[in-house]
Design a protein around this ligand. Structure first.
Ligand SMILES: [Zn+2]
Length: 63
């Protein structure tokens, strides 16, 4: 009976973790992203301007 209780407890913990990740999907990825960039906004390596969005800087688009 004790083993069943332990398995049930693990299942409940797994469900809670699953629901938590469904409720807050951006919480974990946001933390990882802020860790990668060091909390600072990304900047263009060639001209030094702040990058907005995913497309990159204008100086590289125009060549
Ligand atoms: Zn640039």
């Amino acid at each position: 009976m004790l083993l069943k209780t332990a398995i049930l407890f693990l299942l409940v913990m797994a469900v809670i973790g699953f629901i938590g990740s469904k409720l807050f999907p951006g919480a974990v990825t946001r933390r990882i992203k802020s860790g990668l960039t060091g909390g600072k906004p990304p900047r263009c390596p060639s001209c030094g301007r702040y990058l907005i969005g995913k497309g990159g800087c204008d100086c590289r688009k125009k060549g």
